[in-house]
Design a protein around this ligand. Structure first.
Ligand SMILES: Nc1ncnc2c1ncn2[C@@H]1O[C@H](COP(=O)(O)OP(=O)(O)OP(=O)(O)O)[C@@H](O)[C@H]1O
Ligand SMILES: Cc1ncc(CO)c(N)n1
Length: 275
């Protein structure tokens, strides 16, 4: 008998251009040696330049995908990404409550790098009230943290206050991503853990437009590491190291915000005998 392969689930939208959403999630989990299943809740027509169109899946098809996965696979951790609109958020929340999917990472995706809305404005409230309380780890970028808290977030102190507010709203552990920050030489993320401990994660800011799917990649890596049984702190630290490697070891695809290098290796990591 061989040991059961570690399995994780992404619940998100597809990206026809291959760089973000479900595609980035699967590539990331594969690179982290975790088997990835996917519940597709929306399909986008998208490339590195922008999102041309998208459609959310009907509730019945979302329910059936969750059931198909839960009936057969042993999911050890899950993440959510693009959730499109109110009915989709509600369907996802209902299914997450119904099945044992392990620790949940919520990436509250709202607006794509090109400016397209991937979550309707009225659904922000639904995410806040119904999905946030289910999050083991919440990973907003600066504009998302601002939307969810109603704060203006400009300084490091603002990130700290926002993370506390997000914990009050029900997220156990919060990672506020600084990719959209104004510092020119550092990309600094703030982490507030369930036990009240907090720390900064910094990496050199890479001068590049190849940053399509950074948030998806970070949250998927965290999910993969949680599936392996890593602590939340360790999963977040590895996530930051991996996403930094995928940005700094860039590849060239497309004409806009290029995708990341999911083949990138974290320096010093031994990847022998991972399966
Ligand atoms: N130019 C950069 N150089 C280094 N690290 C970066 C850069 N841009 C983003 N990051 C890092 O990537 C991670 C994701 O942050 P970011 O704020 O870009 O997420 P996001 O906006 O949700 O991404 P997306 O919407 O494209 O998926 C964070 O750890 C952030 O610090
Ligand atoms: C489908 C999808 N999910 C998430 C993002 C944000 O990176 C995107 N651009 N597209």
């Amino acid at each position: 008998m061989i040991n059961e392969t570690i399995q994780a689930l992404t619940i998100a939208g597809t990206d026809s251009g291959g760089g973000a959403g479900v595609m980035a999630d699967i590539k990331t989990m594969q690179a982290r040696y975790v088997f990835s299943a996917a519940v597709v809740v929306a399909v986008t027509a998208q490339n590195t330049i922008g999102v041309a169109d998208f459609m959310a899946m009907p509730k019945q098809l979302i329910d059936e995908q969750f059931k198909a996965v839960a009936d057969d696979l042993k999911i050890r951790a899950a993440k959510t990404g693009m959730l499109a609109d109110v009915p989709t958020v509600k369907a996802v929340v209902e299914n997450i409550k119904q099945y044992d999917l392990g620790p949940l990472t919520v990436d509250p995706v709202m607006i794509a790098k090109g400016g397209a809305r991937l979550l309707s404005e009225d659904a922000i409230q639904t995410v806040k009230q119904e999905l946030l309380p289910l999050a083991t780890v919440l990973t907003p970028n600066l504009p998302e943290a601002a939307e969810l808290t109603g704060m203006t977030i400009q300084s490091a102190d603002d990130m700290l206050v926002a993370s506390k507010q997000l914990q009050v709203l029900g997220a156990k552990n919060v990672l506020v991503k600084g990719g959209h920050g104004s510092s020119n030489n550092e990309s600094a993320d703030f982490v507030l853990l369930e036990d009240g401990n907090s720390f900064w994660l910094t990496s050199p800011r890479v001068e590049t437009n190849r940053t399509h799917g950074t948030g998806d990649t970070l949250s998927s890596c965290i999910t993969a590491e949680l599936a392996k049984g890593q602590s939340v702190e360790e999963a977040i630290r590895i996530g930051k190291q991996y996403v930094s490697a995928t940005i700094s070891q860039g590849i060239q695809v497309g004409h806009g915000h290029g995708p990341l290098n999911h083949w990138a290796r974290v320096e010093g990591e031994n990847n022998d005998n991972k399966i």
